[in-house]
Design a protein around this ligand. Structure first.
Ligand SMILES: CC(C)(COP(=O)(O)OP(=O)(O)OC[C@H]1O[C@@H](n2cnc3c(N)ncnc32)[C@H](O)[C@@H]1OP(=O)(O)O)[C@@H](O)C(=O)NCCC(=O)NCCS
Length: 191
């Protein structure tokens, strides 16, 4: 299987959201999004520390765009369709040899609590199993991140592991991680 030959759309729509590959010029909007949510995101989204200028953000979105095209990973922006602006991001990391995909996410603080991320993740789950024949999906999260765990559970993932003191806070404190998994056969049973 040659991932580069796979037909993979660059845009997905849900009732409220557009989930799509970054485009050149998105750096400014992405920069505003992360800067205005810096304190809220910095513990979980380590790469935002490196985005000091708009130029860094433009480089970031262009590199993510290229990574999508080369099938290295898929990092779509989440756009609120009615508001016409970016509210978050997904991160999908493939392990092509086993067709396992790890999913990550963030959403701006003021848009939390509306089910947007669950909606986006469910759309990508559907694509990964039906469009890409994924065998398994995983979500890795700090054990203390109850909102992240809530997304995994709402999307039908089962808790598979607690990795003791495997993660680090930004202050260097060791914390437990958890892994949640969704198997292809579970998805097929429920859909
Ligand atoms: C983790 C994170 C993405 C969770 O965001 P979230 O808004 O809680 O998740 P969702 O968008 O799926 O919304 C779910 C919430 O909306 C509520 N909700 C409202 N309408 C809903 C709907 N139509 N469908 C589903 N949930 C809905 C749910 O009840 C839930 O609220 P609750 O947790 O108080 O019960 C967010 O906290 C975040 O970006 N944190 C910083 C980055 C981070 O931690 N990323 C994860 C690293 S592993």
């Amino acid at each position: 299987m040659k991932p580069i030959l796979l037909e993979i759309p660059e845009r997905f729509e849900t009732e409220r959201l557009l989930i799509s590959n970054y485009e050149e010029g998105d750096g400014n909007e992405f920069y505003q999004l992360i800067r205005s949510n810096y304190d809220y995101l910095r513990e979980e989204i380590s790469e935002i520390h490196t985005l000091e200028e708009i130029e860094d953000a433009e480089e970031y979105v262009r590199l993510r765009r290229v990574a999508w095209l080369s099938r290295e990973r898929f990092v779509p922006k989440i756009v609120h369709r009615a508001r016409g602006r970016m509210i978050g991001q997904l991160w999908i990391e493939p392990k092509w040899d086993r067709m396992i995909f790890e999913i990550g996410y963030f959403i701006e603080e003021k848009s939390q609590g509306n089910g947007y991320v669950t909606e986006a993740v469910k759309r990508m789950i559907q694509f990964l199993f039906t469009g890409l024949d994924a065998s398994k999906l995983e979500i890795h999260t700090k054990a203390s991140n109850s909102r992240s765990i809530g997304i995994a559970l709402r999307c039908g993932f089962a808790k598979e592991a607690q990795l003791r003191e495997r993660g680090r806070t930004s202050a260097g404190e060791a914390v437990d991680l958890q892994i949640y998994g969704l198997l292809r056969r579970e998805f097929l049973q429920w859909s």
